[in-house]
Design a protein around this ligand. Structure first.
Ligand SMILES: Nc1nc2c(ncn2[C@@H]2O[C@H](COP(=O)(O)OP(=O)(O)OP(=O)(O)O)[C@@H](O)[C@H]2O)c(=O)[nH]1
Ligand SMILES: [Mg+2]
Length: 367
């Protein structure tokens, strides 16, 4: 018992946790740990990589690093994606009073970390220090004109939810006190890439913020994960921040996709029944199946992107989706009315009154 207590007391306490979300960063993880080791002399630090089961073996590489260096930790998430949610879970897995978030791809200047830490030591009231690309002395490296334009547009949109004046609310490189995390963590959206904006927009009190300029470097290894869905997720996050307290944000795209599904249904039914002259029941069945397929894949790609299905699970989900919907093959009274068909006798209990399966939230691709 005494030996256990002694052993317990001898464990080190970490002053700074650096949270690094990773997806396919196998070549960068080791270099980042080396650079942290060089620049954080005199600080008891740890790095928590949060890997979303990268196919390139990043998690195995980090495990290998962790076996030789107890400052390296790994949170391995399976069946999940998302930079912000990874950062949140990494922060929650740490115990240090100071927490930094940075990318794995060496684009963030690690030399800023000791300067950020010193600012916290000098000012007890300070809440967040942000690495800014837009202050004098900072820069965005070799970004194309298009990317600069999109970034400016996104920053302008962010003002609708932002409660603080900062030059780079889209930065992915910052340090904060644990108390700030505790203050906002239950209100975070956790959607998409912009975790700093999420934190700034979720705070119920005015935060004390400092910014330090840095030059965003060019990625040396691996590929960018920025794609068109990042823009979609960004809009979802802004919607969540502005409307989330009234309606679950996922419901908005789900309802829009449902509405588009109705249009797909009606267009196909018109083509088959009116233009091609097939029987109504056949047209209706094909239209229902097409609309369900449309809704399933669009919801999978956008509404539930963070838990989207791939490969066999996608195929299984798609096949089981109409099978689970008992009314899938049944003509709806709406289409019958639109196409001037006489109403069909309904089974006791009015099963045809049930909305088409692809419109119901329960029949979404949620598990
Ligand atoms: N855990 C996790 N990490 C991610 C995910 N997407 C991106 N990342 C990591 O988040 C960091 C930033 O992603 P990048 O693709 O470099 O995005 P970026 O720096 O804004 O864009 P580039 O300048 O084009 O590199 C990197 O460390 C990625 O490995 C994800 O879905 N899950
Ligand atoms: Mg990057």
């Amino acid at each position: 018992m005494i030996a256990a207590a002694t052993r317990h007391r001898s464990t080190r306490s970490v002053d700074l946790s650096i949270i690094v979300p990773t997806y396919n960063e196998v070549e960068n993880a080791g270099v980042l740990v080396e650079r942290l080791d060089e620049c954080l002399v005199g600080t008891d630090w740890e790095v928590i990589f949060v890997d979303d089961d990268s196919p390139d073996g990043t998690a195995s590489r980090i495990r290998e690093l962790a076996r030789n260096d107890s400052r390296v930790r790994l949170l391995h998430r399976i069946g999940r994606r998302g930079l912000s949610s990874a950062a949140i879970e990494g922060m929650l897995a740490s115990t240090a009073p100071l927490i930094a978030v940075m990318d794995a791809d060496l684009q963030h200047d690690e030399q800023l970390l000791p300067r950020m830490r010193d600012l916290f030591h000098a000012d007890e009231e300070l809440d967040i220090v942000i690495g800014s690309r837009h202050l004098a002395g900072g820069g965005v490296g070799n970004w194309s004109k298009d990317r600069q334009l999109i970034s400016r547009l996104a920053a302008r949109l962010s003002r609708s939810v932002l409660k603080a004046q900062v030059s780079d609310p889209m930065s992915g490189f910052f340090m904060l006190r644990r108390q700030v995390l505790d203050l906002v963590v239950r209100d975070l959206s956790g959607i998409g890439f912009k975790i700093l904006l999420d934190i700034l927009a979720s705070s119920k009190r005015r935060l004390r913020i400092r910014e330090l300029p840095y030059q965003f470097r060019t990625r040396a290894h691996g590929e960018s994960k920025l794609d068109s869905t990042v823009a979609w997720e960004y809009l979802m996050m802004l919607l969540d921040k502005s409307l989330g307290r009234y309606v679950p944000v996922r419901f908005i795209p789900f309802a829009v996709v449902g509405g588009l599904g109705v249009l797909v249904h009606m267009a196909i039914l018109w083509l088959l029944f009116r233009a091609a002259g097939t029987e109504f029941v056949i047209g209706q069945s094909v239209a229902t199946l097409a609309a369900m397929t449309f809704n399933f894949f669009i919801n999978n790609s956008f509404t539930y992107r963070d838990r989207r299905l791939h490969g066999w699970r996608l195929l299984r989900g798609w096949i089981s989706f109409p099978l689970r919907a008992r009314s899938a093959q049944s003509p709806t009274s709406a289409s019958r009315r639109i196409f001037s068909m006489p109403p069909r006798a309904t089974a006791p209990g009015g099963s045809f009154r049930r909305p088409p399966a692809y419109l119901s939230a329960r029949s979404g691709i949620m598990p």
